[in-house]
Write a protein that binds this ligand. Structure first.
Ligand code: FMN
Length: 261
């Protein structure tokens, strides 16, 4: 198979998916182009991929699924039949349940042919004490190794139609999508700089008054909480905060990346 370029396509509100994909791409040694579909506007653009691209598609795991914006994520993506692709999820050391399988299925519906897939671990966006500092040096080494393995597999195959159907691990039927009754609230010391509103992946924060968030649009991705220069965004909901406390208690055993190739 001839590959001219590796193309990274991802949704990554707090950066773990992006970091992981970049390392995998570095491992392949091919030239790389990035399409960051985290912003609302980017998901209105059109993206065309050909059979000479290798497309690395990455998403975080939310409640054991891929994020609820996945329809929007795929809206502008056009792939030639059998465009070679690698599917990657990043999760916060709890579980990725059906997310990798779901990502694979959605990508295949778009015309991509999976040559490999992986679930990597990233610091939990809702709680920096879970999987703190990940992806770390060991994860990065594994991602580089994965990239090299992908390159070998591509070199070994004359034509993508000769590849066997890629098998990945995943729970099916998928877990029902969560209601999203909570969203971050804003402390009085917010100075209305508007960064949160400009950077919100789903345009859930009012640009005219960044203290106001639409709970029906909000994914609770934690980007605004992480990025606020004044530390003025936080979650006030007891039920949600109890779940986070449970995560801290139950997700202490280190999980390792899983690779399917
Ligand atoms: C709303 C929400 C739900 C999440 N659900 C899960 C989950 O089910 N399992 C898990 O291990 N991590 C979960 N995480 C953690 C993220 O999957 C993890 O932090 C991921 O690396 C974030 O990727 P990003 O930095 O590219 O945004 C969740 C995070 C958020 C914000």
């Amino acid at each position: 198979m001839q590959i001219k370029c590796v193309k990274l396509v991802y949704f990554s509100p707090t950066g773990n998916v992006r970091r992981t994909l970049r390392k995998i791409a570095a491992g392949t040694g091919w030239e790389t182009v990035e399409y960051d579909l985290t912003s609302f506007d980017a998901r209105w653009q059109k993206y065309m991929f050909s059979a000479e691209d290798l497309v690395l598609i990455g998403m975080p795991v939310y409640y054991g699924r891929i994020p609820a914006i996945s329809e929007e994520f795929f809206r502008g993506i056009r792939a030639a039949e059998n465009t070679p692709a690698v599917f990657v999820v990043s999760y916060g050391n709890r579980d990725y349940e059906g997310a990798l399988l779901e990502l694979k299925q959605k990508c295949e519906q778009k015309g991509f042919a999976g040559i490999a897939a992986a679930a990597f671990i990233g610091e939990h966006s809702c709680c920096p004490r879970v999987a703190a500092g990940r992806p770390d040096a060991l994860d990065e080494e594994k991602a580089l190794f994965f990239g090299r393995e992908i390159r070998k597999k591509v070199a070994d195959v004359a034509d993508i139609s000769m590849l066997k159907n890629l098998q990945v691990k995943g729970k099916y039927p998928y877990r029902k999508s969560k209601e999203r009754p909570v969203c971050p609230v804003t402390a009085d010391h917010c100075d209305s700089c508007g960064l949160c509103s400009r950077e919100c992946p789903v345009s859930a924060i009012n640009p005219a008054d960044p203290k106001e968030t639409d709970p029906f649009r909000c994914l609770i991705c934690f980007r605004c909480i992480r990025n606020c220069p004044n530390g003025a965004k936080y979650i006030e909901n007891d039920k949600f905060n109890n779940l986070i406390a449970e995560l801290e208690k139950n997700c202490t055993v280190r999980k390792e990346p899983e690779i399917f190739i």
